[in-house]
Design a protein around this ligand. Structure first.
Ligand code: FBP
Length: 510
């Protein structure tokens, strides 16, 4: 048997579709919106940085460059294609190096050279294993000095990351300008969470493949539930904070109930919602169902949100005020311990490790007992997270990642810094994609992390007044009782375009 699966080999040969305009493109400055005023003191040199759009034209003369690239944060399918797109678009005789393990590779000067052999081995493949990733935050002077030493001789560093990683990138870009260094920093929006968005950034790559993977599994479970008719499936879905993944999966699978964190229901109301569903389905002769729970839900439940905010400031449960202490002690011991887990280096709560699905199952069971429920309630818990981050990228993510990599090469050629590559019109054919570069500081605001006020790129949450969510609310009453499950099946690479080239529903202008 060959080491590579047949599909692996066939995907290596896939040629991503790229926007025609990138064959001969230049950039044109645009009057973008202003960065929040509070950023001026923190980013004095980048504060007035311009945005650019990609237009047809010859642009600057290409000359060989030396570029470093890195992944940062959680894996997202399509990441390798950013690197292959970048590699393919760099002028001949350029050098591309890959920093190992994210920003720690940049700080510690650990990298590998990326040549045709390395690049050809990861075309259209999932994961970040070519150079790895990490969650190191760069903020101390010592780290910044080390980064500057590593960057000597490099024309640019391309950071493929989410909100925190692109914040890191912006801090480094500012530092380089302040120090009079020539190295530029360019960001690429990556994260399965789909929360790195702005007017210009419609979506990050990785979201589509992750949601399609989860939707396949959810569809399989829904069909099992419908066949066996004996279980309620509580499915927690990855996606820190924002509920974009849960909403996308709700719309593509039409299961009975999807909790959307941004609705801001309290714990009591959330439990009542599920109990009400179970009671009504029992009355309709149904003792089974499928419920989706975004992993970030806990951050929106007001009493837990306040508790998390207090823990973020004090970082010590013994220093909590009486209300927060009460909220903490009301939770099962296991959940208390998970809330108290050490934050990541960016100060984020590790929501993927909080077993919200078990908490809700437990509370629902208790409530059903209290109300004397006569039906049967058997629950199964699931967590779909890591299985969606490193899958083979869908055609959408393969094309999207590749185009972002090519854009990064254009930004290097045009000498841009402190900007993030952005593509709009993603729902349209690749030829109609609208590309621009947005200054990272425009997306920032101050947040309390690790007890301190820090600049961070603001996470884009589900808009509960937006068309997509409102569409869901119009449908959900029906889906709660009548089973209209949809079965999306696995990501397809061969066959008619409606199965191979579908876009996330999230992009639809409902
Ligand atoms: P990024 O924001 O870095 O892309 O990470 C997303 C994510 O997959 C979240 O959905 C999840 O909560 C978190 O990473 C898990 O982190 P880890 O990989 O460190 O367990």
């Amino acid at each position: 048997m060959n080491d590579l699966s047949s599909l692996h080999k066939l995907r290596l040969a896939y040629v991503p579709r790229t926007p025609e305009i990138l064959r001969e493109a230049k950039v044109e400055a645009v009057e973008g919106k202003r960065a929040p005023a509070e950023m001026e003191a923190l980013f004095p040199k980048s504060f007035h940085g311009k945005g650019y759009r990609v237009v047809k034209g010859p642009g600057s003369k290409p000359k060989p460059v030396a570029v470093g690239v890195m992944f940062s944060g959680g894996q997202a399918a399509g990441g390798h294609n950013v690197i292959t797109g970048l590699f393919d678009a760099l002028p001949p005789k350029s050098r591309l190096i890959g920093f190992l393990g994210g920003f720690s590779g940049l700080v510690e000067n650990k990298f590998i050279d990326l040549g045709a052999k390395e690049i050809d081995s990861v075309r259209n493949q999932g994961g970040f294993d070519l150079i790895g990733s990490g969650r190191t935050k760069v903020e101390t002077d010592e780290q910044l000095q080390k980064v500057a030493t590593t960057a000597k001789g490099l024309d640019a560093i391309v950071v493929i990351g989410g909100d925190d990683s692109n914040t890191n990138g912006a801090v480094i870009a500012e530092y380089f300008i302040q120090q009079g260094l020539k190295t530029k920093v360019i960001g690429v929006p990556k994260t399965i969470d789909g929360d790195l968005r702005s007017e210009e950034i419609e979506l990050s790559f990785g979201f589509d493949s992750a949601c399609k993977t989860y939707a396949e599994l959810i569809g399989n479970i829904a069909r099992d539930a419908l066949s066996a008719k004996k279980y309620y499936h509580f499915i927690k879905l990855m996606g820190r904070s924002a509920s974009h993944i849960a909403l996308e999966c709700a719309l593509t699978t039409q299961v009975n109930l999807t909790l959307i964190g941004e609705e801001g229901l309290g714990l009591e109301a959330t439990v009542s919602k599920i109990v009400d569903l179970i009671v009504r389905r029992h009355a309709a002769g149904k003792e089974y169902g499928v419920i989706l729970i975004p992993e970030g839900l806990v951050e929106f439940i007001p009493e837990i949100r306040n508790l998390i905010a207090a823990l973020n400031v004090h970082l010590d449960k013994d220093k909590l005020g009486p209300n927060e202490r009460k909220s903490l002690l009301a939770l099962p011991a296991k959940i208390q311990a998970q809330l108290l887990l050490e934050r990541d280096s960016h100060g984020n709560v590790k929501v993927s490790q909080i077993e919200t699905e078990l908490l809700l199952m437990d509370l629902v069971k208790k409530r059903l007992k209290e109300i004397g429920f006569k039906g049967s309630f058997n629950a199964q818990e699931h967590f779909f997270g890591y299985e969606g981050r490193s899958c083979l990228p869908s055609n959408f993510d393969s094309n999207y990642g590749y185009a972002l990599g090519q854009m990064a090469a254009l930004a290097v050629r045009e000498g841009l810094t402190g900007v993030i590559c952005a593509i709009k019109n993603l729902e349209m054919p690749v030829s109609q994609w609208d590309m621009s570069f947005v200054p990272a500081v425009q997306l920032m605001r101050l947040e309390t992390r690790g007890g301190k006020r820090k600049p961070v790129i603001e996470k884009a949450l589900v808009d509960i007044k937006g068309g997509l969510f409102l569409y869901y609310t119009r449908k959900r009453m029906d889906w709660e009782i009548n089973d209209h499950y949809r079965y999306p099946g696995p990501i397809q690479f061969f066959g008619p375009p409606e199965v191979t080239d579908s876009h996330p529903v999230t992009l639809k202008k409902v």
